[in-house]
Design a protein around this ligand. Sequence first.
Ligand code: HEM
Length: 420
Amino acid sequence: MTAVGVIRGTTTDRRAVIPLLRRLRSAEGQADPFTVWDELRALGEVVPAPWGGYFVTGFDLCNQILRGRDWLVPDFAWQERRPDPARWRHPATREMTRTLSRLNPPEHTLARRALGNLFDRGTLDAMRPRIEDHVTRLLDRLELQLRTLGEADFAGTVGDQLPVHTIGQWLAVPAEHYPHILDFTHRQVHAQELIPTSSELAISAQATVEMRAFFTGLLADRRRHLGDDVLSDWIRYWDAHYAGDRAAADRMLYDLTMFITIASLETTATLLTNAVWLVTQDPVRADWLRRHPEHIDDAVDETLRYDPPIHLNTRFAAEDTVLAGVPVPRDTTVHVLYGAANHDPRRNPDPHVFDIRRKGAHLTFGGGVHYCLGSGLARLEARLLLTQLLERFPTLRPVAAPSYASRMVFRRITSLKVTT
Ligand code: HEM
């Protein structure tokens, strides 16, 4: 596939994107978001959204918004200024309002500073042997299924499992809880879609109740048995910070633990399954990478560029401004389209070609003060997985293209059937 790459002027028709958004959510659009991104980009750099905001399609403009101090994340104060604040008061939506991704400075700065660089080189080095061990055991399961059934679902058997084993062990959460954590995460995410339906919100509300019960219980239990683990350290830190206000400490601890856990799961799972899909669908490519393991990191980054696990992210204008000639009044939202930006042919020539050696640019982990906290960990999981998988399964290949959940914001591969 080669790029369309024709950049036309900005449309003023707020309904122009509707069919494209519908398509992006459909099975057809999930299987081929690339042409939808091209068509969105062809509508302009700054494309009006039906609900009053804008979609931003070009790499440089998206980058500028993500990094700019005059663009803020839609926080509680912004929600309360909306003409329809009730829309944001749904319990499942509200649950995310205090998480890092919904905080602006100075609250955001305080929380990030307290966390520091969670996954610095030393921490990742220390985590590495355990992740390698998880990879080995999950690939053992894959091998057993391949041997007994002739094919296996990579997404369910390995892709979804490695992130929950990794974060679960890091937080010292017993493995018996992992299926439950995955289950409520897949259901809670509906509330974070652009325009969730009322039935999606209801599913999400139930998942939120379960999620809250789980993490509240986990924290209470850990408080009683403080140990030498990350969660215990956070409890000590936030108890001291909010000395005399246990409720405030508990709120902060819940938001952190819940959000870091769920932020790490579907995103990394999509990266892992995508990497295997994109590398093994072409036996020549898979064989080349097996013989050139020094390019595994490049393959991971090209996967991140080519098919970002999150389709879009939202900021609002802190002041009246002008974006690529389009006046954007204060408080107006803009949706940064990661996929469209990563496939902007002005930044990455022939963007629809998956080229491990391209050293392309991408915005898949966001940018500026909200840059993803777990990017190093996600990359490490993908690297360790590809390394072992290519060694152990030299002829592994997909039986069919992946299946996807119907989503617009968070991409989820529900199945990738493989054989050898
Ligand atoms: C391939 C996997 C992942 C992708 C594609 C991804 C992507 C993103 C994106 C796009 C953002 C928003 C950045 C912005 O607003 O500019 C973000 C934020 C965040 N991510 Fe990730 N992420 C991944 C894995 C992880 C993992 C493994 C963790 C934790 C272990 C994590 C934790 C977070 C947190 C805590 C934030 C909020 C940062 C903030 O607002 O200050 N992510 N991620």
